[in-house]
Design a protein around this ligand. Sequence first.
Ligand code: ZN
Length: 197
Amino acid sequence: MNNISCLRCSIKGNIALQCSLVLSGIKPSNLLIYSNHCEGCISEELKNTGAEHMKLYTGSKESVSIIFNREKLEKALLDEENRKFIKQYGYEDFSVNSVIEKLAGRYTEFKEGRAEFPHEMGIVLGYPLEDVSGFIENNGKNYLYSGYWKVYKNAEEKIRLFKTYKDIKKYFVEQIENGKQIYQICFECRKFAEIAA
Ligand SMILES: [Zn+2]
């Protein structure tokens, strides 16, 4: 059920298109771009999915939130190499909420044209550090493969991973079109994710 006051609700389709991987338990987070009138609908749609959301940026018409799996994100932030990497951008507290709050500030500065893109976003989204570092070193050029992110190392492994991602996304969107609720599809997709892990 959507927020009753939201007459132009498109949040369910947006969540399916943008967030199937976090909802399937395969990635620690996904970004969700949505119309401001749908803000109240997000919590409703995420009910019983286990996923949480926090706002990164408020725009005049559209805003951006991060939809995350707390357990998966905690795990990514526990990694020593990941910590070392994000520390260089001024992160000191590596708890999920602190990291997202700081990222929100830095992402807002970027969106408002006051700062460069916060590359640590890649770590939060579950991209391998080797690819995030490769992207920075190469200014986004010279990649081996471009899929859900730009790949600089171990391309074959990631091409296989992207194929799984694509299958999950396709399934998720189809099931939404069939009228299922997001939480129902989440649990079905977690079987996929277990196989892929
Ligand atoms: Zn809505």
